[in-house]
Design a protein around this ligand. Sequence first.
Ligand code: MG
Length: 382
Amino acid sequence: MSRLLNLPPALAVPDSSPLSARAHQEPAHPYRTNFVRDSARILHSRAFRRLAGKTQVFSRNLGAETSDHLRSRLTHTLEVAQIARSIAAVLGLNANLTEALALVHDIGHPPYGHAGEKALDSALRAHGLTFDHNLHALRIVTHFEERHPAYRGLNLTLAVREGIIKHSRDYSPERHPDLEEYFLSQFPPLEAQLIDLADEIAYLTADLDDGFDSGLLSLDSVRASVPLFRSLHDSVLAAYPAAVPRLIRTEALKRLLNAFVTDLMESLAHQVRELRIETIDDLRHAPRRLVAFSPPIEAERASLKKYLYQNLYLSPDMEQVHDHATHIVTSLFNSIFQNPALLPADHQAEIPSEGLARTVADYIAGMTDNFIEHAWRTVKKN
Ligand code: MG
């Protein structure tokens, strides 16, 4: 028997919403909605396939912890899509729009995970610019992907483009007049808001899993630092006293993921009732984003995240890998900046409109971990 947590029906973005409009008009498909088609366009894009070669947390090429079971940015993306789509379906939101947003949410990430992103941002700051993976994702889907004879980009719906920009943060209209069409002074629809927390739920639980698998995290230290995990782990131990430790751990992680998802859905339904939100317009002008955990689960999320920063993301075990990423991104950026002839012809053609620094960053941001290693070796040889 499934329970439904239906929100007021007018909170779901309808398939026929003005938000399903595209920049280049196209005839409607006889059988598929625009949001279903957006998912397909994202899934069939080259940038999506490259996610398989990009680091999520663990590099495939470096470090003693390498294993084919550790998440890449592609498998992380698919996990976010599964979680976000399930939440949207239970809540009666537009699950197809949610899925498209989840599939595209990390498409703007450079190689080498957050170390790569930080290095690229620092390289750009020396030229008075910054790197932002959401803005880069928008450039990928509106410009760099070429899949149509008549225009550049994937011609995605307005709802998906708005969600790419706004799923995880707000941008000030004063500082970003170029993003005017994305309603910067308003919150995005719930389908976009829930991507940010589905992303958090996916990576926090997956990184614990990969952290255990790689041997970098110990069960005792997680139990000591994350009270919710400890209590779930205790209840699994009590239910299956003879089970092998790895399966007890896995079952506790499944319950942890489920606890986060359940809390997110219930507290969203509670917020909507409390603030009397009935239409998309109401939630766009609400006093705050509506998708959030309840205070006790938010405290658990914060302690888990802090634990992962201290013991995994910024741990001494990862230092060598991060230093390597920083070195390669920084030196490749500087080499190409000093010798733009190293850029492929299609990127060289961008220099007059984008400037050299942005063009070099765009080229590097699109690379996979393997590709940047290869590019760096080639540049060093010559
Ligand atoms: Mg993500």
